[in-house]
Design a protein around this ligand. Structure first.
Ligand code: HPA
Length: 290
């Protein structure tokens, strides 16, 4: 898409949302498959269905809600994207990262990504949380491809700290204190929509992956490009193909995600104030793209 339309779309979203938001969001949270229930923890929520927001797409995947929920969690103003749209649904990278860019333009300094993922690391168990330390982009595309304006960020953005080290430490401390089973690791993003073959899973392990999924990477790239901090958690909803002697289906992913919702919610809520406080002065995106 031409860069001018990308900017126009962000402006349309910001113009629509700004008057409807009770407060400026500090942290944008993207909720993955089966994790939408998280929003029930939000105090005094303002709910805006995606269908009402310009250029937002319907989420066609079961377990993905399709509502923006804004409110307070443990004293922190959050904007929760309950559901995302995916590359495998045929959406462009530009469209997939629109909510992230719009949240940055509205003032969010940190992007908190969540997703359902398959465990690639043989030391992982289904139902565990993985604090994302880094990612490998194997989606065969990048949201920054094309003629990008200098308004967005550098042509060759640094990705040496794609996931904030401070946030990883904070999440780890809170997970330990709450005795929530967790791991840390590298998320590999693939295009999907097929689950992997056992041979592919072996390859992903050899390449240094700990978990595999079909999302998150575009949003993390777009956020870092804008100078937002990124942090995230994968819910290991299943062991990836070929590790256990069974077939994979989406209902298993949803069931496990629902089962670990409580500990995920607990961990995020308890970590949010510290994550928010640890944000250093970010450059103002709103000034840049409005
Ligand atoms: N592979 C890819 N994506 C996934 C998986 C998986 O095993 N589980 C949940 N999302």
């Amino acid at each position: 898409m031409a860069i001018s339309s990308t900017i126009q779309q962000i402006q349309d979203v910001v113009e629509y949302l700004e008057p409807r938001l009770p407060k400026k969001p500090e942290i944008a949270i993207i909720l993955g498959s089966g994790l939408g229930e998280f929003v029930h923890a939000i105090k005094n929520p303002t709910l805006i269905p995606y269908g009402e927001i310009p250029h937002f797409q319907k989420t066609s995947v079961e377990g993905h809600g399709g509502t923006l929920v804004i409110g307070e969690l443990n004293g922190v103003v959050v904007a929760c994207l309950q559901g995302r749209w995916h590359f495998y649904e045929g959406h462009s990278m530009d469209s997939i990262v629109l909510p992230t860019r719009a949240m940055a333009a509205l003032g969010a300094h940190t992007l908190f990504v969540t997703n359902a993922a398959g465990g690639v690391n043989l030391g992982f168990k289904s139902g565990e949380l993985m604090i994302i330390e880094d990612h490998i982009n194997m989606m065969g595309d990048n949201p920054l491809t094309g003629k990008e304006s200098a308004l967005f960020g550098p042509r060759f953005p640094d990705m040496s700290e794609a996931y904030s080290r401070d946030c990883i430490q904070i999440l780890e401390n809170h997970a330990k204190a709450k005795m929530i089973p967790h791991k840390k690791g590298v998320y590999i993003g693939l295009r999907g929509p097929t689950y992997e073959t056992p041979a592919e899973v072996k390859m992903l392990r050899t390449l240094g992956g700990d978990a595999v999924g079909m999302s998150t990477v575009p949003e993390a790239i777009a956020a870092r490009h804008l100078g937002m901090r990124v942090t995230g958690i994968s819910v290991i909803t299943n062991m990836a193909s070929g590790i256990e002697q069974k077939t994979l289906d989406h209902s298993e992913v949803q069931e496990t995600a629902n089962r670990v919702m409580a500990s995920l919610t607990d961990l995020i809520i308890s970590s949010l104030p510290e994550i928010s406080r640890s944000a250093t002065q970010q450059k103002s995106h709103s000034a840049l793209i409005r």
